[in-house]
Design a protein around this ligand. Structure first.
Ligand code: 3PG
Length: 403
C-alpha cells in the first residue's frame, strides 16, 4: 500500500482519518495512547507543509450529536502534544460551512480537527455516499491512519477514498497503519518460529475465527481466560459454575481435533483459581482456592489460571521467537485474580522474542500491570486487531492505493 512517504503533500489539503476514540472521564482523557500514536504521521505532514485536516469518531455509532462526545478535549490535548494550535471545528455537522471556512483559511503546516464523524448518522457507509463526498471535497489527498477503525467500512474510513480517486487524488496509509500492518501481518503470515499465540478473554464466541486461523499459523496455541472453560468442558471436564458457552462445545472439539491433525500444541489450563462467585464489585476481596482444571466443584467458578498453568504458559513463551497475545487469563481487574495475567505478561516482558499485544483488554492489562514498554508492539486496535488475526482484509487498509 502507498504511504505518506509516497505523496507530495506540500501546500495540499490532506485529510487524515485518525482513531481518536479515547476514553474520557468527566471530559478528561484518561488514556492518550491513541493520540500519541497518531503524532508521527501528523508531524510528518506538518513538516512537509501540508494543510492537515484531521477527523475521527468518538464513542459508538448512532449516538447522535452530544457534547459529551465532542472531540474538543482531543483538540486541546493534541495541541499540547504538537506544541502548536489545532483549530477545532465544533460544528456537529462535521463537514459543511464551518469546516469549509476553516479549511479555506489554513496556511501550509496548519492543523484543523473536524468534529466527531459519528455525529453524522451517514458515517455508516450504507447511507454515507453524500457524507463521503463532503469529506472528500475538503481535501486533495486522503490518509487513513485510524488502525482501530480500519475494520469499519465507514464513510470517513473507506467511503471517502472513491471521491478522492474520482478527482485524481491519492489515498494512502499513515505511519501508524503501516506499523500495525507490518507487526501484526508479519507475526501471523511470516512469523519467526516457534510462534506461540496466547488467547484469553471471556467468550469463545468472540474469537472463533481467530482461534481457527491462528491454529493454522502458529506452532503452539495457548488458551486461558473465561473461554478456556468451554474447551475444558468439551474435553469432558467438570467446570462447576464457570462461564461456558454450550453452543460452542462442538466447535471446541473441532479445534482440539484440528490441532491434533495439524500437529500443533494446544495448551489448556491444568489448574484453576476458583471462587464461590464472580467478584462484585469487580475488585472486591474474595476467598479463592486452586484446584485441578478438570475437577472444579459444582458450586464453584473458575476465575483465573492457576500457578502450575502460569508456569506452563511462561515456559512455552520462553521457547518462542514470536508471541502474539490477545485477551487476559483471568479477571485481571481484581488483584487476587490477576496472577495468571501478570505471570504471562511477565514472561512476555522477559523474553527476547517478538511480542505483539492485541488492542483493547490485553493492551489495558499489559499497561496497567506496568509491562507496556517491554513489548515489541501493542496494537491500538481492539476489534481491528482481532479481525487482522482472523486473516480478514480490513476495509481501511484495502481502500488505500497500491504501490
Ligand atoms: C475501538 O475503540 O476499538 C475503535 O475506535 C473502533 O470503535 P468501534 O468498535 O465503536 O467501531
Amino acid at each position: 500500500k502507498k504511504t505518506v512517504d509516497d505523496i507530495n503533500a506540500k501546500g495540499k489539503r490532506v485529510l487524515v482519518r485518525c482513531d481518536f476514540n479515547v476514553p474520557l472521564k468527566d471530559g478528561v482523557i484518561t488514556d492518550e495512547t491513541r493520540i500519541v500514536a497518531a503524532l508521527p504521521t501528523i508531524k510528518k505532514l506538518i513538516g512537509d507543509g501540508a494543510k492537515v485536516i484531521l477527523c475521527s469518531h468518538l464513542g459508538k455509532v448512532k449516538n447522535g450529536p452530544n457534547e459529551g462526545e465532542s472531540l474538543a478535549p482531543v483538540a486541546k490535548r493534541l495541541s499540547e502534544k504538537l506544541g502548536k494550535e489545532v483549530v477545532f471545528v465544533s460544528d456537529y455537522h462535521v463537514t459543511g460551512e464551518a469546516a469549509t471556512k476553516a479549511v479555506s483559511e489554513m496556511k501550509d503546516g496548519d492543523v484543523v480537527l473536524l468534529q466527531n464523524t459519528r455525529f453524522r448518522g451517514a458515517e455508516e457507509t450504507k447511507n454515507g455516499e453524500e457524507f463521503s463526498k463532503e469529506l472528500a471535497d475538503l481535501a486533495d489527498i486522503y490518509v487513513c491512519d485510524a488502525f482501530g477503525s480500519s475494520h469499519r467500512a465507514h464513510a470517513s474510513v473507506a467511503g471517502v477514498t472513491k471521491f478522492i480517486s474520482a478527482k485524481g487524488g491519492q489515498n494512502v496509509v499513515g505511519y501508524l497503519m503501516e506499523k500495525e500492518i507490518n507487526f501484526l501481518g508479519n507475526a501471523v503470515e511470516n512469523p519467526v518460529r516457534p510462534f506461540v499465540a496466547i488467547l484469553g478473554g471471556a467468550k469463545v464466541a468472540d474469537k472463533l475465527n481467530v482461534i481457527s486461523n491462528l491454529l493454522e499459523k502458529c506452532d503452539t496455541l495457548i488458551i486461558g481466560g473465561g473461554m478456556a472453560y468451554t474447551f475444558l468442558k468439551a474435553q469432558g471436564a467438570e467446570v462447576g459454575t464457570s462461564l461456558v458457552d454450550d453452543t460452542k462445545l462442538d466447535y471446541c472439539k473441532e479445534m482440539l481435533e484440528k490441532a491434533e491433525k495439524l500437529g500443533k500444541k494446544l495448551l489448556l489450563p491444568v489448574d484453576t483459581t476458583i471462587a464461590a462467585a464472580f467478584p462484585n464489585p469487580i475488585d472486591a476481596e474474595i476467598a479463592v482456592e486452586v484446584v485441578d482444571s478438570k475437577a472444579i466443584p459444582a458450586d464453584m467458578m473458575g476465575l483465573d489460571i492457576g500457578p502450575k498453568t502460569a508456569e506452563l504458559y511462561a515456559d512455552a513463551v520462553k521457547s518462542a521467537k514470536t508471541v502474539v497475545w490477545n485477551g487476559p487469563m483471568g479477571v485481571f481487574e481484581n488483584p487476587i485474580l490477576a496472577k495468571g495475567t501478570i505471570a504471562v505478561a511477565k514472561a512476555l516482558a522477559e523474553t527476547d522474542a517478538i511480542t505483539i499485544i492485541g488492542g483493547g483488554d490485553s493492551a489495558a492489562a499489559v499497561n496497567t500491570l506496568g509491562f507496556g514498554d517491554k513489548m515489541t508492539h501493542i496494537s491500538t486496535g481492539g476489534g481491528a486487531s482481532l479481525e487482522f488475526l482472523e486473516g480478514k482484509e480490513l476495509p481501511g487498509v484495502m481502500a488505500a492505493d497500491d504501490k
